[in-house]
Design a protein around this ligand. Structure first.
Ligand code: BG6
Length: 468
């Protein structure tokens, strides 16, 4: 059946900090992700521990292997590749006046190579890679000064890659600011705060992010009018645990906590429901004259989100003030993967429909993927049938959403090649179509091996989705 538009972006997604390695090379500064030895959900180590092994510091060595890796991704047939620019390669501390030319040179080569291999680059500006210095000195986006540092970085890369990059995502999974404030908002000093102060800080930081996002969109329109900016959420689809209206209401309120970010970035105004919550919580926002007008005028061009799973909520669960990464309960009706994540392809169709009904803007699935523990079998292969099944079911869900009338212009599979996991900061949790022979202790040849799923996705792309 022909459903996917001819120019559909069959894509892959990854990030700089999970793939590149070379964490302290060519003048790069230290980022929040670099401090995470194991699992940022618990919070990173406060400093690099001498002698400790950080898998993420090596990544998959993409800094050096990108040329060969991109050839493989070309063979896979990708029409687009989403990755991030590591902020600390460009501004090592984040508050320098001049960028680090060596860092820019790396992305000159990388982005040109992506294009040369026939892929559209989709670039995330900030993917948990805020320089630690900015987090420590300013408490990240809790401080208004962060806006200027972020915009200096945006200006540098928007100018440098004008005409080369059409799709920009100013912030990865920005609604994580409330559940993972350190990664998403560089809020260094928040976990120890009392609840009311925590809530106040998270809303104030969110406001600064909204202003930064609007100013980035303005800048992009001035520098490269052809380019598009997307708002990017982590879609934590929330189901009520029972049909008790109070459970249903709680699940809805949880969704509104996520939609808060896209409502502001797409609709250009604070939603009234969130203003009410802020009032109830006693939050007082410090705004500057012109903030509301900027937010109103410079909204994102498209909607994007990552989708991995759904969650279940009951009336006892707090809507605001909770940190700690993924939350909600598992759904007893759904099968789980090896990492305990529920598999819910219909949830993807539901999510796309919710977002399209809400905003009527083109949608990019920025991340969706299947993780597993994997190693080479006795034939030196990885027979990842479960990944193929996951992909098939989720692509069918995308297809159905398009048939429902939603304008989906791309699907980024996370990740086309194994990279370090973000949640656990190591290489046990693999998503790729390409196996990287490297483990979390740094052992292995780093050889790249096509898994069985490689041929499956290749065929899907070749047939523009007719072979799903
Ligand atoms: C998203 C992030 O939250 O989920 C990615 O944008 C991350 O960086 C992905 O890798 C999957 O999470 P994990 O913890 O399985 O790597």
């Amino acid at each position: 059946m022909r459903v996917f538009p001819e120019n559909f972006l069959w894509a892959g997604a990854m990030s700089a900090n999970q793939s590149e390695g070379a964490w302290d090379e060519d003048g790069k500064g230290v980022t929040i992700a670099d401090l995470c030895q194991r699992g940022f959900l618990k919070g990173p180590d406060q400093e690099i521990v001498p002698g400790a092994f950080y898998p993420i510091h090596i990544g998959i060595d993409f800094y050096r292997t990108y040329k060969e890796d991109l050839k493989l991704l070309k063979e896979l047939g990708l029409k687009a590749l989403r990755t991030s620019i590591n902020w600390a390669r460009i501004y090592p501390n984040g508050d320098e006046e001049q960028p680090n030319e060596k860092g820019l040179e790396f992305y000159d080569h990388l982005i040109r190579e992506i294009v040369a291999n026939g892929m559209e680059p989709i670039i995330t500006v900030s993917h948990f890679e805020t320089p630690v210095h900015l987090a420590k000195k300013y408490n990240g986006f809790a401080s208004r000064e962060m806006i200027g540092h972020y915009l200096r970085y945006c200006r540098t890369i928007f100018q440098r890659y004008r005409g080369l990059v059409k799709y920009w995502l100013p912030f990865n999974e920005i609604n994580n600011l409330q559940s993972m404030p350190l990664c998403a908002g560089a809020l260094w000093d928040i976990e120890s705060q009392p609840r009311d102060k925590k809530v106040q800080t998270m809303f104030q930081a969110s406001h600064h992010v909204f202003v930064a996002n609007a100013m980035a969109v303005k800048l992009l329109r001035e520098i490269d009018p052809e380019a598009k900016a997307g708002c990017m959420l982590t879609y934590k689809l929330s189901y009520p645990k029972t049909s008790d209206p109070e459970d249903v209401w709680t699940a809805f309120q949880i969704m509104r906590r996520h939609w808060f970010y896209s409502d502001v970035m797409i609709n250009g105004a604070y939603p009234r429901n969130m203003l009410r919550i802020m009032e109830d919580e006693g939050v007082v926002l410090a705004k500057e004259p012109g903030d509301d007008e900027l937010i109103r005028q410079y909204t994102c061009d498209f909607v994007s989100f990552s989708y991995y799973t759904s969650f279940v909520f009951d009336k006892t669960m707090p809507v605001i003030g909770q940190t700690g990464g993924l939350f909600g309960e598992h759904n007893p009706r759904l099968p789980k993967n090896a990492w305990g994540w529920d598999k819910d392809p219909l949830g993807l169709r539901y999510s796309i429909n919710q977002m399209y009904d809400r905003y009527h803007k083109p949608i990019l699935i920025a991340e969706n993927g299947f993780s597993d523990y994997e190693s080479l079998d006795k034939n030196g292969q990885v027979e990842d049938d479960d990944r193929i099944e996951f992909l098939r079911e989720h692509l069918l869900a995308v297809r159905e959403a398009i048939r429902d009338g939603c304008d989906v212009f791309g699907y980024c599979y996370w990740t086309p090649i194994d990279v370090c996991s973000e949640g656990s900061m190591q290489l046990d949790k693999r998503y790729g179509f390409i196996y990287v022979d490297h483990d979390k202790y740094g052992n292995g040849t780093k050889k790249r091996i096509r898994k069985k799923s490689f041929a499956y996705y290749q065929k899907v792309i070749e047939t523009n989705g007719r072979s799903i």
